[in-house]
Every structure is written in C-alpha cells, then in structure tokens.
Design a protein around this ligand. Structure first.
Ligand code: UDP
Length: 309
C-alpha cells in the first residue's frame, strides 16, 4: 500500500513509519515539525519507499498519484504542548482532519484517525468503554485538545456516513517509549529525565491520580490490526496496568537506581483523576492484547533516555 502518515515525524508517527516500511509498504511522512522531530526519521532517508514532506496539514494537502491509506496522527499531544500551541491544536484536530478526509475522498483512500482517551475527559465511568460519551470541560485548558479530537471523530463519522469513506478511529491511552521528547512535559519523560539527572521528580497533586501506560510497540500492533480490520467505530487501545502517578514516580526511581526525591507540585486544571481502558472490543474484534509490561517498557525507555542525555 501507499500510505500517508500525517505527524509522521512525531513519537508515534515515526514508529509507524518504521513498522509500515518493514511490512513492505510505501510511506509518505508529512509533518510541520512543531512538535515532531527530524531525528526520529533521519535513519529512513535514502530508502526508496520513504519520502518526507514538511507541511502543515491545516492547509490544503497535495499528494501526487495514488494513495491507499491516510493515517492522521498530526497533533500536539502532551498537555504542555497543547497549552503552548492551543490554536494549532484546535486547527489540526478540526481543519487538519477535514483536509486529510478531503484527500481520502479525492484519492479513494481509507482513513485512520488517531483519537484519544482524552475524549472521555475526567471520566465518571471506570474503566472507560467506547460507548461512554465522556466528561469534558470545553473551556478548560485541556479543552483545546479534547474538543478538537472529539470534533475530529465527529467529522470522520460524517465523512464515513455521508461520503462513504472507509474510516477507522483509534482512541489511544497513555503511550510511552523511545523517541518521546525529554522536554515534552509528560509524566514519563519528565520523571526519567529528572531521575537520571538527580533532580526531584515533580509529582503533581498528591499523586493519587491514575494512568494505565502502554508501550509503543503494543500500540503500533493495535494500530496495524485496526487498519486491516473492518471496524469503523472507535476502538480503545491501551494497557490495563493502572497505577497511581506516585507509584509511577517510585518505579522510575527504582529502575534508574536514582537518589532523587519526590517533590509534590500543584495539580494542573481538569487533570483526569483516573484512566484505564476497557479493551474488550480490541480483544474481541482485533485479537489484540498488550504484551510489554510496565517494568520492561520503562527499562527500555530509560535506556533510550540515557543515550539521549
Ligand atoms: N504529571 C506529574 N508530574 C509531571 C508530569 C505529569 O505528576 O512532571 C501527572 C499529570 O498531572 C497527570 C499524569 O501525571 O496526572 C499524567 O500526565 P501526562 O502529562 O503524562 O499525560 P495525561 O494523561 O495527563 O494526558
């Protein structure tokens, strides 16, 4: 297949470029590089099945020739990023999704939307099933991301129903691994960077809020299964290993063998108190199961960060 990946130079996008090239597909990687990074894809230049286009997909997207699949992964994705780029975050979820769907329609290509567990907001249902509509504050600081992704899902379903586009929607829960930026502001890169440099780990609030962390290779496996399935309604992909943020910080101190302490900082606005996916749908329809546990995934990620520092 000839596949366009928007956000292809980002953390998840670049792992997808690698994986799809290995599967023998042709990959066009598109990124405006506001949060993506050329270092993530540098090793792919020179491969004839790979090309890179620097472009902001909130503007008209031009791709020559046929396209079989469009994977729309472009977006700032950490709370720090979408606070720094609120308008771009709204635009890429709304206008960028619209442009990418228009391209899918013009090319007769399938369309795959990277959506998020943030669609569930600060959830009142736990664990989160795909039929839960969520609890989102539209005007809060996280609203720019949550609402853009909810709009993106709505647009995708409208193109599916009205124009008959073949679409997929994945709701990605907290994912981590090599190629996360050390300054991206999320808990795992922050804690690892802090632990490796002897600084205190900044736990927000009392650290009792929970997340369930999924290693990137498991996510990519889920994406590929969903791409090749005929499931056109949203599917959660995430790990079931739920832990408090305090426990995560302690685990990272242990794995790095760091002497760092923990410093409690104020909790950001609208920070979800709990998060864990119900993955029954992915198990049943995709035969998907996460296979890398938190200890193993964090060890691999720490190794990557050590090489970067
Ligand atoms: N967090 C923290 N310290 C940090 C960064 C994040 O305690 O240095 C907390 C954050 O408040 C949230 C959780 O860790 O409760 C996960 O945050 P992250 O930014 O990784 O992603 P989120 O799941 O909130 O989108």
């Amino acid at each position: 297949m000839k596949i366009l990946i928007t956000g292809g130079a980002g953390f998840i996008g670049s792992h997808l470029c690698d994986f799809l090239l290995e599967k023998g597909h042709e990959v066009i990687c598109m990124d405006n590089l506001i949060t993506g990074n050329m270092d993530n894809i540098a090793h792919l230049f020179g491969r004839k099945e790979f090309s890179f286009v620097q472009h902001d997909v909130t503007n008209y997207i031009y791709v020559a020739g046929d396209l079989d699949y469009i994977l729309h992964f472009a977006s700032p994705a950490s709370p720090k990023d979408y606070l720094m780029f609120p308008i771009q975050t709204l635009k890429v979820g709304a206008l960028g999704t619209h442009k990418a769907l228009g391209l899918a329609r013009a090319k007769g290509a399938r369309f795959f939307l990277a959506s998020t567990s943030e669609c569930y907001g600060d959830p009142l249902v736990h664990p989160q099933t795909e039929d839960y509509w969520g609890n989102v504050n539209p005007i809060g600081l996280r609203g720019v991301y949550d609402e853009a992704k909810r709009f993106a899902e709505a647009t995708t379903m409208a193109y599916h129903r009205y124009h008959g586009i073949d679409t997929r929607i994945i709701r990605i829960f907290n994912t981590y691994g090599p190629r996360m930026r050390k300054a991206d502001g999320r808990a795992i890169p922050n804690f690892i960077t802090q632990a490796l440099s002897g600084q205190a780990l900044t736990v927000f609030g009392d650290g009792s809020q929970t997340r369930s962390i999924c290693y990137v290779s498991d996510l990519v496996d889920g994406i590929y299964r969903l791409m090749n399935s005929d499931v056109d309604t949203p599917v959660n992909i995430g790990n079931l290993e739920e832990m408090t943020i305090l426990k995560l910080a302690q685990k990272i101190i242990e794995i790095t063998g760091s002497q760092s302490e923990i410093a409690f900082k104020s909790l950001p606005e609208d920070d979800p108190k709990v998060r864990r996916p119900d993955i029954s749908k992915a198990r049943k329809l995709l035969g998907w199961e996460p296979s890398v546990n938190a200890d193993e995934g964090l060890r691999r990620t720490v190794r990557y960060f050590k090489e970067q520092l």
